[in-house]
Design a protein around this ligand. Structure first.
Ligand code: 3PG
Ligand code: CO
Length: 556
């Protein structure tokens, strides 16, 4: 007797245009010189903050509040947008893989059995991000996977590494590669032919997303599958150390390299009969390589060779496309998202961001589902991102264009919900360029103003929030909160996300009088936003959603 029909809210009206604005990477932290949001001129966000506690509050955006294994796990856009859109907390990929490894179930599942068929005659290739960032992958999971594969019959293993520096400190790649080399040496002692075969920086090799730049995936394909790259080394530690010596080199953007034997031949191209596992659990930056590995029909770049392999993802990355068809761990089943409910209840929805964050307000928002629920009710607009640049060069990104599209959508009267992601704080924050991040925050703030002005004009409602922290803290800190200095006495720039809470602000002329934040959900998190938004559209949220953050003052 399941029904998509939402009950009418007893007090709140329908028919208001609701703007949902997600500032990516916009957390709340102490004001100091490394808090780019504080340093930047952000009059719009500042004025929203003055509405506290009734119209502005903080919510949790990291750790268990978004389905991550521990409170030491910083937030990220995948789990953040999943929570915002789904209104409930789901155990996320990081946690599901942990559980499957701990119980050993991962090695009994269909996906593992499928790739295992190749272990006798072929090579097992593991491709993925090498760090302990916990956003896309984790080193300890790779270690357990290597152990389990070798115990389950893998005789020849090749690891294709992608260096991080984005979810972890720049420069940490060397240590991770050393650790992995050590583990592989131990496997070799046990008679398993295990080596690193290729590598490259995650932002330059393989891990593009939302089809921003297929060249990134091609560079990876050439190194991993074809065994071809501009740089050749005898060892991965040497590769990473040498490539980092180039001026301006950093872990995120290391060029592709292959490891060669004494005669100069690549040690691990992928050939017929091999097995491949992409070890990242997070979807967005695996979808493109998964297509290249899985689809016989493929025209995004010339693969030169398309080896007959057995391929499995750590997870299934796209539930709608069923991509890849084989996977080691079942993804979280994020069903009945607020987007799907609202469309079933007549809410015409517009969503927009630029390419690098487009899937965040669509795919992640909708529970890792690509496409529309009902194309006649929804319009998703993607503004092409500048590609081939690091965003500190263009810190304003497409914030203005996104805001203008949102404004037009609001003013058109054709939509009930207008949802955007403003990428600046996050994408520029990840570059570690503090000055540029300040410019980025200002640009995002200006974009918010454009959207709020449009809401003002149509008598609508706004909900302004963020998916996780980033730009509000750009330095690695010690336990007392002071910048932590490295051996040379220098501060260490924090390119990653943070553990900080994020703001939620509500307002606009359409907000019924007396609507305010309740004070009995002090530990509210991103998942509480969905019910809040449903209320502002005039509906009660489903009973299993996390409680709404708003109440209607009883004095009225
Ligand atoms: C990335 O993929 O760019 C980072 O690892 C995480 O950033 P996001 O969660 O903000 O997308
Ligand atoms: Co980010």
């Amino acid at each position: 007797d399941f029904s998509w029909k939402l009950a009418d809210h007893p007090k709140l009206p329908k028919g208001k245009t609701v703007a949902v604005v997600v500032l990516d990477g916009w957390g709340e932290a102490n004001p100091d010189q490394y808090n780019c949001i504080h340093v930047a001129e952000t009059p719009t966000m500042d004025s929203l903050k003055k509405g506290a506690p009734e119209k502005w509050r903080l919510v949790r955006a990291h750790g268990t509040a978004v389905g991550l294994p521990t409170e030491d796990d910083m937030g990220n856009s995948e789990v953040g947008h999943n929570a915002l859109g789904a209104g409930r907390i789901f155990a996320q990929g990081a946690k599901l893989v942990d559980l499957a490894l701990a119980s050993g179930k991962i090695f009994e599942g269909e996906g593992f059995k499928y790739v295992k068929e190749c272990f006798d005659k072929g090579t097992l290739h593991l491709i993925g991000l090498l760090s302990d960032g916990g956003v896309h992958s984790r080193l300890d999971q790779l270690q357990l996977l290597l152990k389990g594969c070798s115990e389950n019959g893998a005789k020849r293993i090749r690891v294709h590494i992608l260096t991080d520096g984005r979810d972890v400190l720049d420069g940490s790649s060397v240590g991770f590669v050393e650790t992995l080399e050590n583990d592989l040496a131990k496997l070799r002692e046990k008679g398993i032919d295990a080596q690193i075969a290729s590598g490259g920086g995650r932002m330059y090799v393989t891990m593009d997303r939302y089809e921003n730049d297929w060249g990134v995936v091609k560079r990876g394909w050439d190194a991993q599958v074809l065994g071809e790259a501009p740089h050749k080394f005898r060892s991965a530690v040497e590769a990473v150390k040498k490539l980092r010596e180039e001026p301006k080199a950093n872990d995120q953007y290391l060029p592709p390299f292959v490891i060669v034997d004494e005669s100069g031949n690549a040690v691990g191209p992928v050939v017929d009969g091999d097995a491949v596992v992409t070890l990242n659990f997070r979807a967005d930056r695996m979808v493109m390589i998964a297509k290249a590995l899985e689809y016989a029909d493929f025209d995004k770049f010339d693969r030169v060779r398309f080896p007959k392999i057995r391929y499995a993802g750590m997870l299934q990355y796209d539930g709608e496309l069923k991509l890849p068809s084989h996977y080691l761990v079942s993804p979280p089943e994020i069903d009945r998202t607020s987007g799907e409910y609202l469309v079933h209840n007549g809410i015409r929805t517009f969503a927009c961001s630029e390419t690098v964050k487009f899937g965040h307000v669509t795919f992640f928002w909708n529970g890792n589902r690509s496409g529309y629920f009902n194309p006649s009710m929804e319009e998703y607009v993607e503004i092409p991102s500048d590609s081939g640049i690091t965003f500190n060069v263009q810190p304003k990104m497409k914030a203005l264009e996104i805001a203008e599209k949102a404004r037009d959508a609001i003013l058109s009267g054709k939509f009930d919900q207008v949802r955007v992601n403003l990428p600046n704080g996050d994408m520029v924050g990840h570059t570690g360029d503090i000055e540029a991040t300040v410019v980025a925050c200002k640009a995002a703030d200006e974009a918010v103003k454009i959207i709020l002005d449009a809401i003002e004009q149509v008598g609508g409602i706004y909900v302004v929030t963020a998916d996780h922290g980033n730009a509000e803290d750009m330095v690695k800190r010690n336990k007392t909160g002071q910048p932590q200095l490295d051996k040379a006495g220098k501060i260490q720039i924090l390119t990653s996300h943070t553990l900080q809470p994020v703001p939620v602000a509500i307002g606009g002329p359409g907000l019924a009088s007396g609507v305010r934040f309740r004070n009995d959900v002090p530990d509210g998190g991103l998942a509480n936003v969905a019910a809040t938004v449903m209320n502002l559209h005039g509906f009660e949220a489903p009973t299993d959603y996390k409680p709404t953050l708003v109440e209607i003052s009883s004095l009225l």
